[in-house]
Design a protein. Structure first.
Length: 295
């Protein structure tokens, strides 16, 4: 299926370039305490290290638990994002209102049997995951087999919904497009529409595990696709830039892109997230006007 034809969308690189230049030029005008705190509240505070342990994950959760007492004027991050085998650790240790996000389905490569991916997602939700981030099956998508890539998302969607229903709750599904490997705006758009149609609650730029991760250009195309999809279906799909977002200025850039294309309705944690491991301290330091190394 040609999703660009179906949704009447064609990336206009010249217009996008002009718009991104205007956004970059206006960042200083956007910068204020309120916006930085909004960005902070939409963070998926992330640890995805090879040497993560139950103790190191517990330490991160304890920092989040203690954050409100140390910074009472600040919101909490939206979630703590970990590998799926640590969902139960976060669930046991969290003492505040933050979600548990897991990367799953054989993250970051998504190279395995579908049965393995589904079982990993099932276990993660059983052990407390509120949100599941999976990677688009690029082995199918890049070969032009869009139906196989879409069917995998549909099956993951059905799997996590089945477990969540038994627990009387809803679990969000985020689909990572790995935009740095898609090469063209048209491919990013095709992947965006495919993931949204197949059942994604959010579309996400990157894993943070490849050479090129989140970029303003990819974010711009994805947000335009979300707008087109909303126009066609009435459904609001969330957006999550991730990978390489390390400074308060980076966060402000993506906030501005979402604001300019999707509007204020999307500027909340239900529809906008940042995948971050470093930017939290940068935002804190910028607003507090001193070096903060809380996380």
């Amino acid at each position: 299926m040609d999703y660009l034809v179906k949704y009447g969308y064609a990336p206009d690189q010249e217009a996008m370039g002009r718009a991104l230049e205007m956004i970059a030029a206006n960042l200083d005008n956007m910068a204020c305490e309120q916006v930085y705190k909004e960005c902070f509240s939409m963070m998926d505070l992330t640890t995805l290290k090879t040497d993560d342990t139950p103790a190191s994950v517990t330490k991160l959760v304890e920092k989040v638990n203690a954050f409100g007492a140390s910074y009472p004027e600040w919101p909490l991050p939206a979630s703590i994002c970990v590998y799926p085998n640590f969902a139960a650790v976060v669930d046991k240790e969290r003492k505040c209102d933050v979600n548990i996000t897991v990367v799953s389905a054989c993250f970051p490569s998504s190279q395995s049997f579908l049965e393995v991916k589904l079982r990993e997602c099932e276990l993660a939700v059983e052990q407390g995951a509120d949100e599941v981030d999976i990677v688009l099956a690029l082995n199918a998508f890049l070969a032009g087999d869009y139906e196989t890539a879409a069917e995998e998302i549909r099956q993951v969607r059905a799997c996590i919904d089945k477990v969540a229903e038994r627990q009387n709750r809803h679990v969000h599904l985020k689909v990572i497009l790995e935009t740095g490997l898609l090469r063209t705006p048209e491919a990013v758009a095709q992947a965006s529409f495919l993931a949204m149609e197949a059942g994604a609650d959010f579309i996400k730029t990157s894993t943070g595990k490849v050479d090129v991760n989140a970029t303003p250009a990819a974010a711009y195309v994805m947000c335009e696709c979300i707008a087109k999809y909303h126009e066609a279906t009435g459904k609001k799909i969330g957006f999550k830039p991730a990978g390489g977002i390390s400074s308060a200025a980076d966060a402000l850039c993506y906030y501005s892109i979402v604001s300019s294309i999707l509007g204020k309705e999307w500027l909340n944690k239900d529809l906008f997230r940042f995948g971050v491991s470093r930017v939290a301290n940068s935002i804190l330091s910028t607003v507090e006007q001193k070096t903060v190394s809380f996380f």
